[in-house]
Design a protein around this ligand. Structure first.
Ligand SMILES: NC(=O)c1ccc[n+]([C@@H]2O[C@H](COP(=O)([O-])OP(=O)(O)OC[C@H]3O[C@@H](n4cnc5c(N)ncnc54)[C@H](OP(=O)(O)O)[C@@H]3O)[C@@H](O)[C@H]2O)c1
Length: 330
């Protein structure tokens, strides 16, 4: 299996990484814990060697599920998690209002202060049942905390061996550049898909030039780019896709038309599904190290892992790009 280096760290990850947000249930209309554990095991069995989660996913639930799934196979998998979004105290910059699975309102706050990071790391290690987080990422920027303080805490954790590499998510190139004055940044995690590609020539290209890996989130545009979202699909209460602009009836039709007309013939030529072709395209795009494929069950795990066997030609890559770049955003 191909492995890709995470920046200048000694981590090597498979191009497809298991995304563990949905299995936390929060913002995805709930979750099935048993299936989630099976999905993680199926992904590892199929060759995926890394999992991306975050403390805030299900308010600790995703990390606990990941911990349960990997308890007897820790050596086979890299664990990436995130800090900086707190739901359990009301200090720090307001991020957004949300609600827990039982409908209880919750305010999410950004906090990248030293004390918060050290405390969050301890909590995540405990929930995950491990003694080292391979990649620890700042989930969102927190402009009230000086970069020097945040990086000081992360470098301390690195020196103690509690984390193996440092990452940031949703940061601009300028923000990463400032953080680099105080220590290493191994990885950046922006959003990127065939429908959301505004960062490709920006922070993604910048990181490529600075030896920083890029692992991208929502490469399937939360399921839309699998071709399995049809206009009659009903999303559960609490599933964020009910309100996402790409998920209006008109947009689902427009995207499915391009998937059918342009991507499907290419997928069929490779004996691949649309989801696999989308993921194979994503990890072939310039500057992209890995794609985080959000996965809820064993079938999706197998399908998504199968994307690593598909190699698109230059011409196929370009044909798909041209077609999707023409779709106007919502
Ligand atoms: N740093 C950040 O701010 C940030 C933000 C978002 C995500 N992330 C990370 O990136 C990961 C991936 O992003 P994402 O979960 O937002 O979106 P995604 O990977 O684009 O889509 C995931 C969703 O697509 C559906 N799906 C996945 N594989 C499928 C398949 N083979 N066939 C049909 N449907 C399939 C599943 O939903 P259904 O089965 O319900 O349709 C799944 O929950 C997350 O898990 C998380 O680790 C990070």
């Amino acid at each position: 299996m191909e492995l890709r280096q995470i920046g200048t760290s000694d981590l090597r990850a498979t191009p497809i990484v298991f995304g563990a947000w949905a299995i936390g249930g929060w913002m995805w209309g709930g979750t099935d814990d048993e299936k989630a554990v099976e999905a993680i095991n199926a992904a590892i069995d199929a060759g995926i060697n890394a999992i991306d989660t975050a403390a805030v996913y299900g308010f600790g639930h995703s990390e606990r599920i990941v911990g349960e799934a990997i308890q007897n196979r820790r050596d086979e998998v890299l664990v990436f998690t995130k800090c900086g979004l707190r739901w359990d105290h009301d200090g720090g910059q307001h991020h957004f209002d949300s609600e827990k699975a039982d409908g209880e309102p919750v305010e999410i706050h950004r906090d990248l202060s030293r004390d918060s990071i050290l405390w969050e790391c301890e909590q995540s290690l405990e929930r995950l049942g491990i003694d080292r987080i391979d990649l620890y990422q700042c989930h969102w920027p927190h402009e009230d905390t000086p970069a020097e303080e945040t990086m000081g805490a992360l470098v301390e954790l690195l020196d103690q061996g509690l984390i193996g590499a440092i990452g940031v998510s949703n940061f601009t190139a300028e923000m990463i550049d400032e953080f680099l004055s105080y220590g290493p940044i191994h990885c950046s995690q922006p959003k990127f898909s065939l429908l959301s590609h505004e960062h490709l020539d920006g922070v993604i290209a910048w990181c490529d030039e600075h030896d920083i890996a890029t692992i991208v989130y929502s490469p399937l545009e939360q399921g839309l780019l699998t071709g399995k979202v049809t206009v009659d699909r009903e999303f559960a209460e609490g599933d964020q896709r009910r309100d996402r602009p790409w998920y209006t009836e008109e947009n689902v039709r427009r995207v499915n038309a391009v998937l059918d007309q342009v991507m499907r013939p290419i997928a069929e030529a490779h004996g691949a599904t649309l989801a696999q072709t989308t993921l194979a395209w994503t990890v072939r795009a310039p500057g992209i190290t890995c794609a985080l494929a959000g996965t809820r069950n064993p079938d999706q795990a197998l399908e998504n892992a199968g994307a690593m066997d598909i190699e698109l030609t230059d011409e196929e890559f370009q044909t798909i790009k041209d077609a999707f770049w023409q779709i106007e955003g919502p």
